[in-house]
Ligand binder design. Sequence first.
Ligand code: NAD
Length: 504
Amino acid sequence: MNDLTLINAASVTLPGPFVGRHLIDGAWQTSAATFERRSPAHGTLVSTSAKGGAAETDAAIAAARRAFDTSGWAETSGKHRATLLLKVADLIDARREEIAVMEVLESGKPISQARAEIAGAADLWRYAASLARTMHGDSHNTLGPDMLGVVLRDPIGVVSVITPWNFPFLIVSQKLPFALAAGCTAVVKPSEMTPSTTVMLGEMLIEAGLPAGVVNIVLGFGDPVGARMSTHPDVDMVSFTGSTGVGKRIAAAAAGTLKKLSFELGGKNPQVIFADADLDAAADAITFGIYFNAGECCNSGSRIIVHEDVAQALTDKIVALSRRVSFGDPMHPDTQVGAIISPEHQAKIAGYVSDAKDGGATIALDGGALDLDGLPGQFYGPTVVTDVTPDMAIAQDEVFGPVLAVLRFRDFDEALALANGATYGLSAGVWSRDMHTCLQFARRVQAGTVWTNTWMDGFPEMPFGGVKQSGQGRELGRYGLEEFTELKTLTMKVTPGRDPWVRG
Ligand code: NAD
């Protein structure tokens, strides 16, 4: 008996299906074909979307190209762009509940979390507005009395924005306002699992007064829409968040036209817990880190590397806390963990757990597939796997579910080697009361983000991204804006005449 905290179907009225259309050159367009999304928790029809093909994608790219090259958008003042981004932020706030409910119904995440994410997204649009006004280049007046050098920071051009299903509105808001702040134009493709809140964003962009063609949205699948957005010669950059496998495919496809690539990919993020750590704080953060968004999170803290002296005590605390985390109907205000995105994904998660068991691991808490009253969708309970060895798939692969893998270490070097022994390098954590231990670990671990004595705090001001096969480039912070820019060097002779090169 697992004695878990489960929440059956809430008595709420769900909205009728949303109809999603493409936004191309300022106009809403349908396609002959459509695709549907059903709530992964409730099984009900949530949205019917236009299914884009090559024609719609090409039209959207052409509109973005025209808007960049001839509409004057790229030359507008930072003040103008900032004013527009601030209006979008206000509109997001005004429609927060509607967007949050759609995120719940398409992705399965809990409503309380969705509300916080939409509020966070509005904050990203506001932060990007501040960057629009402060973006600048550089000058060099040390090149001698005759010369002046100016480094211009220009928008890179047309950007393909391709997003995943796990944080649909938040991730598009980590990219699009920054691209717009820089003066770029864009074609956006949300995941086929979660298209509708990006369409809502398109409605808000129009309402805020964004000129036609500056942002275009094409709904549909990776093939052909995303693939075309990665190869088309009129696209200057691809900003992609998704799996490492698709990232590699995009990199190969984009090589033909040498586009700039910005990739936020997968992770198998380690947290190392030293023997002197605050085990209560660590256990709570680990529980949060593995179950947040049902573990369907690039930053999921799915790999715990704990000193052997405290391993049993820490595992006991995590298992006890796991039983208190509420799993169930994502529309219920008390739910902390909702549904799994699809039945296929649920089966994949279960496969990792049974493979680990077959390989000699111990299942300290076996949440497994959950049956909840009134909820025909798929749910996976909290699962803690111990006695994991580094060669097991559960220690190496991104399981993307509420499944924690626990490994043990004896000394600092072994902990570091285990932490770095993965192809990924997105984020890492260290728990110790000794700041020297934390700092040594932070300096030597291979990760784009390191948390010390905390987990998964994020701020618009702080850059985010991965090393190794977790990505390239950075989002957020001023670096997140600079990704969407290109430098132009302007070298000027500021005195008349010239020291002749031709003799005589
Ligand atoms: P995915 O790679 O399957 O799909 C992401 C997007 O790419 C979707 O819009 C999809 O339609 C599109 N796509 C698929 N094939 C394509 C192709 N050949 N060309 C162009 N586009 C294509 O990822 P997912 O399952 O939606 O999301 C989960 C993954 O995203 C996980 O690996 C997760 O770690 C990663 N992720 C990373 C971050 C980060 O910031 N590092 C954040 C969230 C999610």
